[in-house]
Design a protein around this ligand. Structure first.
Ligand code: ADP
Length: 477
């Protein structure tokens, strides 16, 4: 059965369909999904526009009930939805279920936020005048998401958009439509009025582009590649719309001589290789001071030998396959580039055969890398990391910040002085001390600086900045 798009409250089949393939076993078709056309995208935008006046004025209890019900269903079905996620994306079952729980928590959080909408009342600078500051929804929000977090990223964009009274046109990544379809189905059954949330699965160049080109989308929130992010920005400037971008990362993880070696290795392995290195917060630059360098590299090698890389759904798997062939080629191309540039491939980097045909790659660790190499400057988005040797903390900080990106930055140290200095001076939106660069909470701001991000933060109460617009009203008393 083909899973359809949701446009103006109707499930629409369209004329084409595409297959969702399991990267752990390419013989396994997860499902078939209707491919939306540019026409479908325009119909979805028109439906969202028509639904906006009523939804923007809907009561907070109505919004709360729908979002809360969605949270409850996602959490009640976490095992089934987590399995679907792991099957379509390739992260391990534990990671898939964890991400699903996080999506449920995000809906739960924003269900609560519906009940906490507030403004300010101030005296005017002039006598006998009152001033009110209120937040209003922005209008029709376009949501464009990538494949690496098939349920969490849609959740952290859809939940606040609806909570604050916006209507939505949602385009998920083509590689992973299953999780997106599931949450739209849940929201729809939870009682959303028609047209408030529209799902258009399809190609970025067709459906996504139709969204960028529409004057009726008032805000676009995008997570994906730097190249596409730039297109979103340019089109948004053209239409004078609000936009928010989360793009690449080249996150540093600094290991100082005084680090607890076990803590450093665990955080580095997690940062670099868990979720197959396919997280924008993954660390691919391990910046290590001289005194601990050799012990760190040896301990990483030992730890990497024990990693279980296999079918995402198999019990005991620690690292699933790469998401598809094109990403696998990108990873192996960068491994070849690293060698050509003179870095030493110390561990891994081999293609692996398993019981089922899938995109299995042994995590790769380079040593003797410099920060000038392409493997240190460009986002690879796979289980590939490089060790860059530095003299001391000062050089480590300089190298950590010497990157066009600025999403997440980590340090392993037992020194309060260095931890404090690093927190203040890391040029990144998120800083981790003795923790992996990836792995963030759902109720606090997420986002970066420099080439990684544009616009206000996502998640937590800071999400209100993007999904609302402020009104200042003056009244003569
Ligand atoms: P990735 O390399 O991670 O797939 P992309 O930026 O290509 O990153 O994809 C992120 C999202 O952007 C996907 O949903 C994709 O379909 C969408 N996208 C790709 N090209 C365009 C475009 N021209 N306009 C709008 N969205 C696009």
């Amino acid at each position: 059965m083909v899973q359809k798009n949701l446009i103006d409250g109707e499930w629409i089949a369209g004329s084409e369909a595409f297959r969702n393939i399991n990267p752990s076993d390419t013989n396994d078709v997860v499902g078939e999904y209707a491919r939306a056309s540019a026409e479908d995208a325009r119909a979805a935008i028109a439906a969202a526009k028509a639904a906006f006046p009523a939804w923007s004025r809907s009561g907070i209890l109505e919004r709360h009930a729908i979002i809360r019900k969605t949270a409850d269903e996602i959490l009640a079905r976490k095992d089934e939805l987590g399995k679907l996620l792991s099957r379509e994306e390739g992260k391990t079952l534990a990671e898939g279920i964890g991400e699903t729980v996080r999506a449920g928590q995000i809906f739960d959080f924003f269900a609560g936020e519906c009940l906490r909408l507030a403004g300010e009342v101030l005296p005017s600078a002039r006598p006998n005048i009152g001033v009110e500051i209120t937040r209003e929804p922005v209008g029709v929000v376009g949501i464009i998401t990538p494949w690496n977090f098939p349920i969490a990223i849609p959740a952290w964009k859809i939940a606040p958009a609806l909570c604050y009274g916006n209507t939505v046109v949602f385009k998920p990544a083509e590689l992973v439509p299953g999780s997106s379809w599931a949450i739209v189905d849940i929201l729809n059954r939870a009682g959303l009025p028609k047209g408030v949330l529209n799902l258009v699965m399809g190609k970025g160049s067709v459906v996504g582009q139709a969204m960028l080109d529409s004057p009726d989308i008032h805000a676009i929130t995008f997570t994906g590649s730097t190249g596409t992010g730039k297109r979103v920005a340019l089109a948004s400037v053209e239409h004078n719309r609000k936009y928010q971008l989360e793009m690449g990362g080249k996150n540093p993880f600094v290991v100082l001589d005084d680090a607890d070696l076990a803590v450093a290795v665990e955080a580095a392995v997690n940062s670099a290789f868990f979720s197959t290195g396919q997280r924008c917060t993954a660390s691919s630059r391990l910046i290590v001071t001289e005194g601990i360098h050799d012990r760190f590299v040896a301990a990483m090698g030992e730890r990497m030998k024990g990693l279980v890389i296999d079918d995402a759904l198999k019990a005991g798997t620690q690292i699933g396959p790469v998401v598809d062939e094109s990403q696998l080629n990108q990873d192996t191309d960068y491994i070849a580039i690293g060698r050509q540039e003179g870095a030493k491939l110390a561990f891994g980097g081999e293609l692996l055969k398993r019981d089922t045909p899938g995109f299995y790659l042994q995590p790769a660790l380079f040593t003797e890398a410099t920060n000038a190499m392409r493997i240190s400057r460009e986002e690879i988005f796979g289980p590939v990391a490089s060790v860059i040797r530095v003299k001391d903390y000062d050089e480590a900080l300089t190298v950590a910040n010497d990157t066009p990106f600025g999403l997440s930055s980590g340090i392993a140290t037992t020194s309060l002085k260095h931890a404090t200095h690093f927190k203040r001076n890391a040029e990144a939106g998120m800083v981790m001390v003795n923790l992996p660069t990836a792995g963030v909470d759902f109720h606090v701001p997420f986002g970066g600086r420099k080439g990684s991000s544009h616009g206000s933060r996502e998640q937590g109460r800071y999400a209100a900045e993007f999904y609302t617009t402020v009104k200042t009203a003056y009244t003569l008393a």
